[in-house]
Write a protein that binds this ligand. Structure first.
Ligand code: GTP
Ligand code: MG
Ligand code: ZN
Length: 330
């Protein structure tokens, strides 16, 4: 396998480049620069941080094929697919990943199924032009995995569903089988469902998150979109968790209506705060002081009940006993 094949280049893509340029793929974006892996003219692998040339037709994202010249990205190739997040405030959609073949929608079995989130993620997957697939995680922690699976299938008919556990390794081989050379997949799902853990089990490494623990203590939430080359030959993009309000385009007016509560939520001590106990909760504090009217909070609750809350990354987890502290660098 040559360098470009290891990066997921398939026979379908034929880019012709000026010989002074190298073809490479964006691994991770850092604002005005990007980590790129490319193939040198002698066929060897090159990699490193590249700046973006002025006047690029589009801003590269993880997964983009790019032309590199003297550690500068001088061109971004035409994309065969784009995973886009509809912008909740009606602006242009944001491209999260490029040139993907498979969107793996990841949901955890030990959390109540958030049907709206699942439907939205499935829509994003279909919109991308890639093949959607559902990966159900944490089946070691399931009361009724089959019942959950049936529920999922109701919302995503004709979509392949794979049951997995990163703790026991169950189903990992089936996921690996979906990721041969030439295939690029992206992991799409709420925060904490086990996307990075899945990546780690596929690769047999735990370098990328701390060890798998049931309570989620000490875990590292993914904060960047990054491309990984897998031993199975395929390429996998790990991205941060998606929150329902972020992808509900028609939620525009609603989010604006509750802007004050959104603002307050950002100051809660726990990023998945449900605003139902006093511990470090900015919303509760505002209710106490009268800065926020009880009636407003009640209507906010009625709108977001059942779905993920405006400030929460994950839907209600019936079993979680400890909350995830907000990271200082957030
Ligand atoms: N019981 C059990 N716990 C798991 C499993 N997979 C992941 N976890 C736990 O779930 C928590 C979240 O896992 P991550 O892999 O960091 O989740 P993520 O989807 O990458 O989260 P973000 O990066 O925030 O989007 C961690 O505490 C893991 O140890 C599993 O198969 N079984
Ligand atoms: Mg992660
Ligand atoms: Zn709160």
């Amino acid at each position: 396998m040559n360098v470009l094949e290891s990066l997921g280049l398939s026979a379908r893509e034929g880019f012709s480049l000026d010989p002074t340029r190298s073809l490479g793929r964006v691994v991770i974006m850092h604002g005005a620069s990007a980590n790129v892996i490319w193939q040198e003219s002698d066929g060897t692998e090159g990699s490193g941080l590249c700046s973006l040339a002025k006047g690029l037709a589009k801003t590269p994202v993880a997964g983009d094929w790019v032309a590199v010249q003297e550690r500068r990205i001088v061109d971004v190739m035409v994309r065969r697919s784009e995973l886009r997040r509809p912008h909740p405030y009606g602006r242009d959609p944001q491209v999260m990943a490029a040139n993907i073949d498979v969107v793996m929608i990841v949901i955890a079995v030990n959390i109540d199924l958030n049907e709206r989130l699942l439907e939205r993620l499935a829509m994003m997957a279909l919109d991308s032009g890639a093949t959607p697939m559902v990966i159900v995680t944490k089946i070691d922690d399931a009361e009724d995995a089959d019942g959950f699976c049936a529920q999922v299938k109701e919302h995503t008919p004709d979509v392949k569903v794979i049951l997995t556990s990163s703790l026991t390794g169950e189903g990992i081989e089936a996921v690996r089988a979906q990721l041969p050379a030439g295939v690029t997949a992206v992991l799409l799902g709420a925060s904490g469902v086990g996307k990075t853990s899945l990546l780690n089990s596929l690769e047999g490494t735990e370098e990328l998150t701390r060890s798998t623990s049931r309570g989620g203590e000490g875990r590292h939430a993914t904060t960047t979109r990054k491309l990984y080359r897998l031993a199975s030959g395929g390429v996998l993009l790990d991205i941060p968790g998606i929150r329902l309000p972020e992808i509900v385009a028609d939620q525009h007016s609603l989010d604006q209506v509750f802007e004050d509560i959104e603002e307050l939520s950002l100051r809660c001590r726990f990023r998945n705060c449900r605003h139902d106990s006093d511990e470090g909760c900015a919303v509760r504090a505002a209710l106490e002081s009268g800065a926020l009217a009880e009636s407003r909070f009640e209507s906010w609750q009625s709108v977001y009940a059942g779905a993920t809350t405006a400030s929460a990354d994950a839907p209600r987890d019936r079993r979680r006993t400890r909350d995830v502290p907000r990271r200082v660098d957030e």
